[in-house]
Write a protein that binds this ligand. Structure first.
Ligand code: 13P
Ligand code: SF4
Length: 300
């Protein structure tokens, strides 16, 4: 299968872009693996004709928005982020009417129509900087209430959060961190900003998934408790084979992120399916929100 994928990639002039939470065997075939911010950058820069996106719906959509002239493929259309589905365009319009003086930041974990109704997108790597970049004192932040509350720690602006959350991160409880610390007393605790505030309070650092890679590289620690989706452990072990990484619990698995398999990748490249398309009515406005985010950059 690996041989076939290599051959198909060449034949179709395709690049395989993979999120850090994907299955190990999918990460291992990536041309590029990273967090949502870095993947958006890659999607905007590549000169391949075809982008095969191994991640979830909103990531492949972002690639299609940023690279409208390329063929963007998602191997499994059922790989849908439940948090992205927690806010609709209509709900955001109603929220904007209730807060007419507020700017709108949307996490990239949203549909293209929600992006189109927003001033700017953000990822977990730049939520604070994006909020600060707006000329508004009030900021509507959708859909993740945990990332909104995390950003609120670092700004004087009033953040108005939507009541969404990531089921995979929200289920991690302070108790899980305390138990993991008891088991691994010498380990540093890294968690994702999609976690509850009480979990973040117990951690040594809150980082995007790529931020965790950078942190593990620069830290003097040799052991880390990882409070994010379990796919991250493969990425970290591969980068730092002499360091030890422990998942905070056995349940930090995102079903949507685990859907893409190697046979799906072969089928997707062979048949050029499933092509991600963005409605004309939202393409331009959604791209503007993503482009603004790319201009702000990323720090975490
Ligand atoms: P990052 O990799 O950007 O930190 O995103 C985490 C996530 O939950 C993506 O679905
Ligand atoms: Fe969505 Fe959470 Fe899964 Fe990321 S880990 S795709 S935010 S449900």
């Amino acid at each position: 299968m690996l041989e076939k994928i290599r051959w198909l990639k060449q034949e179709k002039n395709a690049v395989i872009i993979v999120h850090n939470y994907q299955r190990p065997e999918i990460q291992d075939i990536a041309d590029f693996v990273g967090d949502s911010f870095a993947l958006s950058q890659q999607a905007a820069l590549t000169d391949a004709d075809v982008i095969l996106f191994c991640g979830v719906d909103f990531m492949a959509e972002s690639a299609a928005i940023l690279s409208p002239d390329k063929t963007v493929l998602i191997p499994d259309v059922d790989a849908q982020c439940p948090m992205a589905a927690m806010i609709t365009r209509e709900a955001l319009i109603t929220m904007k009417q209730r807060h007419p003086d507020a700017g709108v930041v949307c996490y990239v974990n949203t549909s293209a129509p929600v992006k189109a109704e927003s001033d700017i997108c953000c990822t977990s790597a730049n939520a604070v900087e994006v909020v600060e970049s707006l000329d508004y004192d009030e900021v509507i932040f959708v859909p993740d209430k945990n990332l909104a509350r995390y950003a609120a720690r670092f700004t004087k602006k009033t953040i108005i959060p939507w009541d969404g959350y990531c089921p995979t991160h929200h289920q991690i409880l302070p108790r899980d961190i305390l138990d993991a610390k008891e088991k691994h007393p010498g380990a540093e605790v890294l968690v994702h900003p999609e976690c509850r505030p009480g979990v973040i309070d117990l951690a040594d650092s809150a980082q995007s998934t790529e931020g965790m890679v950078r942190h593990a590289r620069s830290s003097h620690s040799n052991e880390f408790i990882i409070g994010t989706e379990s796919g991250m452990i493969h990425r970290l072990e591969k980068e730092f084979p002499t360091k030890k990484f422990y998942a905070v619990s056995d349940y930090t698995i995102c079903p949507a992120m685990k859907m893409v398999t190697l046979p799906d990748v072969v089928r997707s490249l062979e048949n050029l399916k499933h092509v991600v398309t963005i409605p004309d009515a939202v393409q331009e406005r959604a791209k503007r929100a993503l482009d603004r985010m790319l201009q702000v950059g990323a720090t975490r």
